[in-house]
Design a protein around this ligand. Sequence first.
Ligand SMILES: [Zn+2]
Length: 88
Amino acid sequence: MAVDDLHPDLTVTRRAPEPEPSFPGFDPVAALDGLGAVWSPDFDAYASGEVGAHQVRCALCETCPCSCPEFGTAEHFALVDRRHGRRT
Ligand SMILES: [Zn+2]
């Protein structure tokens, strides 16, 4: 006997309700883009489960594994500026 044969209303109770958005109308991606965020070229593939975290290229240096200069060095800040399209 299938679960759906038990009672016609059972299908309604088995279904989880859609989560309510915490802030209706708020688009977190648009908000981050508005702040000038840069994204890994693989973020969408990661978010959809197509690739694992170990396959995601770095948002800053765009390589996998990350090959960023040491954090806080002049080379690091120069790379940040380049990724954000700022001249140094
Ligand atoms: Zn990196």
